[in-house]
Design a protein around this ligand. Structure first.
Ligand code: GRG
Length: 310
């Protein structure tokens, strides 16, 4: 895949996070547009359109941004992590398309637009998700053609597959669906989210760091960061589901309670959930203590994740 996007200027201390996030978003979206061009050489034009519909429907691009920031934190070149960023966003988008299907969460709004199956029908929406998942690994594997050591790329491929598959996100989704309406304690809830949401966050951070040349000690500290961050993100998502409006989030809200889902606000109440999210951010910051200013973006992203309102 051709990565036309240039890396942009290095971070300045005191940088504005919103500018940083926008700039990183642009990099990822340019690379995604290369990977999935508007006029593909394929006869399955409708399938391609459905893939692009959800992929370019907006979204915070937080997982790819984390991959780039982790690469940067260990002194790597962010260009080397852009392919991983694309793969993460493609897998995340597939999971949203499938999660919205009538056989799963049955949602009609995502990223402020009608869900994929509402536009393309269930069959094409399912296939668009399948294709995004499969193509993500093509994009990732091709990093080895761009000069990165094949053994390194293979490790990242294997970790991402584990995070997305039956030991990671898909397992989390299955546990969630099978447990709907049943009471869950804190241990069960944390386990569920470490799979459903956390695994992809962890793969973003670890994969970005690996591609940036992280050593074992850096990788362990960044893993602690990624775990705390993934959970903080989910706790905040649970809080937003209670507090935010459909317009604000671009997806239906207040649905967790309606479906009898175990959530942090249901278990701890809103105030204690906020306190828990803040303690997770402190844990994430703590994990970065030995990193220099090149990890400032990771520090700022951790705070952003719980302060966000969408
Ligand atoms: C269907 C295999 C399969 C998995 C689906 C991720 C998931 C598992 C379901 C989505 C429901 C949900 C609440 C997941 C928690 C993760 C989460 C908060 C997703 C939303 O991610 P954002 O906020 O979305 O990064 P944008 O739109 O900004 O990309």
């Amino acid at each position: 895949m051709g990565l036309r996007a240039s890396a942009g200027p290095p971070l300045q201390s005191g940088f504005a996070l919103s500018d940083y996030l926008q700039e990183r978003c642009r990099l990822i979206e340019a690379a995604l547009a290369d990977a999935l061009p508007e006029r593909p050489e394929t006869s399955a034009a409708r399938l391609f359109e459905a893939m692009r519909y959800s992929l370019f429907a907006g979204g915070k691009r937080i997982r790819p941004i984390l991959a780039l920031a982790s690469c940067e934190a260990v002194g790597g070149r962010i260009e080397d992590a852009i392919g991983l960023g694309c793969a993460l966003e493609m897998i995340h988008t597939y999971s949203m398309i499938h999660d919205d299907l009538p056989c799963m969460d049955d949602d009609d709004l995502r990223r402020g637009k009608p869900t994929n199956h509402k536009i393309y029908g269930e069959a094409i929406a399912t296939l668009a998700g399948d294709a995004l998942l499969t193509d993500a690994f093509k994009v990732l594997a091709r990093l080895a053609q761009g000069g990165l050591p094949p053994s390194l790329v293979l490790e990242v491929v294997a970790e991402l597959a584990e995070a997305a598959g039956s030991a990671g996100m898909v397992a989390g989704q299955a546990i969630d669906i099978l447990g709907e309406g049943e009471p869950a304690d804190r241990v069960k809830l944390e386990y569920l989210h470490s799979k459903k949401t956390g695994a992809l966050f962890l793969a973003a951070v670890r994969g970005g760091a690996r591609l940036g040349g992280a050593n074992q000690s850096q990788l362990e500290k960044l893993s602690a960061y990624g775990r705390a961050l993934g959970l903080a993100f989910q706790v905040t998502d649970d809080i937003l589901d209670v507090e935010a409006s459909t317009e604000q989030l671009g997806k239906r809200t207040h649905k967790d309670e309606a479906r009898g889902k175990a959530t942090y606000p249901a278990l701890l109440g809103l105030e204690q959930s906020r306190e828990f999210a803040r303690s997770l951010v402190a844990r994430a910051h703590e994990a970065l203590t030995s990193f220099d200013e090149r990890a400032d973006a990771l520090r700022r992203i951790a705070s952003f994740v719980v302060e966000r309102n969408q």
